[in-house]
Design a protein around this ligand. Sequence first.
Ligand code: R7I
Ligand code: MG
Ligand code: MG
Length: 351
Amino acid sequence: GGPASLCRFRGALVGAVLGDCIGGEFEGTEPEEIPLDRVLQYLDGLEDETRGDSILQYSDDTAMTRCVAHSLLTRAGFDEQDMARRFAKEYNLAPFRGYGAGVMQVLKKLASPQLSDVYQPARAQFGGRGSFGNGGAMRAAPFALAFRDRADVRRYTRLGAMLTHSCSLGYNGAILQALAVHLSLQGALVLPQDFLKTLITEMEEVEKDESARSDARALNESEFPFCARLHRVKELLERNNVSVEEVISELGNGIAALHSVPTAIFCALHCMEPREGLPEKYGGLERTVAFSLSLGGDTDTIACMAGAIAGAHYGIDAISQSWQRCCEASEEADMLAQRLHNMYHRAPPEG
Ligand code: R7I
Ligand code: MG
Ligand code: MG
C-alpha cells in the first residue's frame, strides 16, 4: 500500500501484538539460552495446525497499548485524565500481565479518585527522578496512528508516556518509537540511512531540552543519549555481518528505553534483507520478530516495538495468518488500527 494506507496501520498494531505475544515466551532469557534454531523451532510450532486452541497471551505491552488506542479514539485526541483512568482500570482488572516492578505503584495511585494531578505519581518514582523503563515506548505506536502532524506525535506521545515515566530517558524513548512508526507508515523505511538521518535530526531537537540534558548527566549517560545510539545503529547497519553479541553490547536488550528502542529500530532495519540463519521462506516481518527474539532479554517489548515499525512498513498482508490466529487480541488490534486510520485521515495534514 501507499503512504499511510490502511494495510500499514493494520500491520503496525497487529505487528506489535504479535511481537508481544510471541516474544513473551523468551522474556528475560540470556541469548546463549536461545540459539537461533530454538527460536525458529518455536516459531515453526506456531504454524502447526494441531497445536490446538492454545492462545499466546499478551502482556502489559499490549494491555497498555489497547488503553492508549481506546482513549485516543473515544476522546478524539489526547486526554490525560481519561488515559490515566484507563491504565489504572486495566491494571486493576488484570494485574497479572507482567508489569514492570516500579510502574505498579503508579497504576495503583492513578486509581485514586482524589488524585488531581495525574502526572504526580510518575514523578514520585525512583527517588523523584521518574522511571527510565521502556513502558512508555512499548505503548507508543497508537500515537503515530492517531496524529498526522509530526509535532503532535511528539507532543502527545511525550505526555502519554509521562503518565508513568517522568524521566526524560523514559519519555524520549517513547517519542523515538512513535516517530519511527510515524515515518514507517509513510514508507520511509525503504531508504534506511535517510530514515535514520531523519530520526537523528528529530531527536537532536528533542534532546536539546534542559531536562534531557540534566537527566543524562545525572544518570552518567553521554549527552544526547538517543542520538548517540542512533549513530551506532547507522554504523551497525553498514557492516556486513553483525552478531547477536555485538547488537547487545552496542545497543542493549534491556528494560530501559535507552537499551531497547534503538535496538528495536535496528532489528526492523537489519531484517529488511534476507539474513544468514533465517529461513528463506520468511518475509521481512517474520525475520524481524525472529531476530528480535534471538537477542534475549526484554524480548516481548523489543519484538513488540520492532513489530510495530516493521508492520507499518510491510502491511497486514505480510503477516502470517497462523501467527495472527495464535495471538490473543490480534483481531481487536486490527479493528483499533482501522478506527485510528479514520481518525488520522480526518486530522489536519502535516504542517
Ligand atoms: O517501564 P515499565 O513499564 O516496564 C516495562 C517492562 C517491559 O519489558 C514490559 O514487558 C514489562 O516486563 O516491564 O516499568 P518500570 O517499573 O517503570 O521500569 C522497569 C524497571 O526498570 C524497573 O522495575 C527498574 O528495575 C528499572 N528502572 C529503574 N531502576 C533504577 N532507577 C526504571 N527506572 C529506574 C530508575 O530510575
Ligand atoms: Mg510485557
Ligand atoms: Mg518486556
